[in-house]
Design a protein around this ligand. Structure first.
Ligand code: CA
Length: 141
């Protein structure tokens, strides 16, 4: 599983990268919005963790570009505790979930796994039910 972390705060970025790597993910880290935007648009990831407050290209621009390009990669954004407007805006722009800073790593991991389950499950289920549907039919023929 490939994850992209876009975060300009050095401590938070390193904390996320280390924890997620130890949890078995392959983590690419962008420490500013420009690099984050470039990576998100040119490489393929299973999930993006996106800080909203970035000094150059902010998280909203990156999220907007992804969705405008019909890129449906799940996005988990990081926002400040008191900013209800940001949470609403992020979800309206097409993010899948958010985390409020400061967060505990166990929560990051739980949300990442939950999002990956949600986005990866449908194709498996489709294949399974398709098999179940076709077997009885072919028996009748
Ligand atoms: Ca930031």
């Amino acid at each position: 599983m490939r994850l992209l972390v876009v975060e300009d705060e050095i401590k938070t970025a390193d904390y996320l990268r280390q924890g997620l790597t130890e949890a078995g993910f392959q983590v690419s880290l962008a420490r500013n919005g420009l690099d984050g935007h470039h990576l998100a648009m040119t490489e393929s990831f299973d999930l993006v963790i996106l800080d909203v407050m970035l000094p150059d290209v902010d998280g909203w621009r990156i999220l907007q570009s992804l969705r405008e390009a019909k890129n449906a990669t799940p996005v988990l954004f990081l926002t400040a505790r008191d900013s209800v407007d940001d949470r609403v805006k992020g979800l309206e722009l097409g993010a899948d979930d958010y985390l409020i800073k400061p967060f505990a790593f166990v929560e990051v991991l739980a949300r990442v796994r939950s999002l990956l389950r949600r986005t990866q499950a449908p194709s498996t289920q489709e294949a399974v039910s398709y098999t179940h549907l076709t077997l009885p039919t072919s028996d009748l023929v």
